[in-house]
Design a protein. Structure first.
Length: 124
């Protein structure tokens, strides 16, 4: 009897069909918006990872330069002498050190003559 009741009421069938369509659309929209948000978040994470890798590569290169510099300090006495002369101004016995400090470049001055001498106001 129940089957006869549903078949005899086409409006009820349409109602359930529309409810199913609306539920499907709602779930689809929610899934698409979640997918878009997660895709954007993943892209931001990839950008952050790329920046961190670049930073890591720079730090590794700096570490390598520092290691080579320190290695050179421990093995090359001539390099140590050169660095002491340049950075600290140390001289070997019998040498004369002349230090020349560089001056800042001159500032250009606008050289224009005034049309006439300004007069001073007199207090009378």
């Amino acid at each position: 009897m129940e089957v006869d009741t549903l078949e005899s009421q086409p409006q009820t069938q349409k109602f359930f069909l529309w409810c199913a369509v609306i539920a499907f659309c709602t779930v689809s929209i929610f899934m698409l918006s979640s997918y878009r948000e997660e895709t954007e978040r993943l892209g931001a994470l990839r950008d952050t990872e790329k920046q961190k890798r670049e930073n890591l590569n720079k730090l590794e290169a700096e570490r390598l330069r520092t290691t080579l510099f320190l290695d050179r300090f421990t093995r090359d006495p001539e390099f140590v002498n050169d660095q002491a002369r340049e950075r600290l101004g140390v001289a070997a016995p019998g040498e004369l050190v002349i230090r020349v400090d560089s001056l800042p470049p001159p500032v250009p001055v606008n050289v224009t003559k005034p049309a006439g001498k300004p007069t001073k106001p007199t207090n009378r």
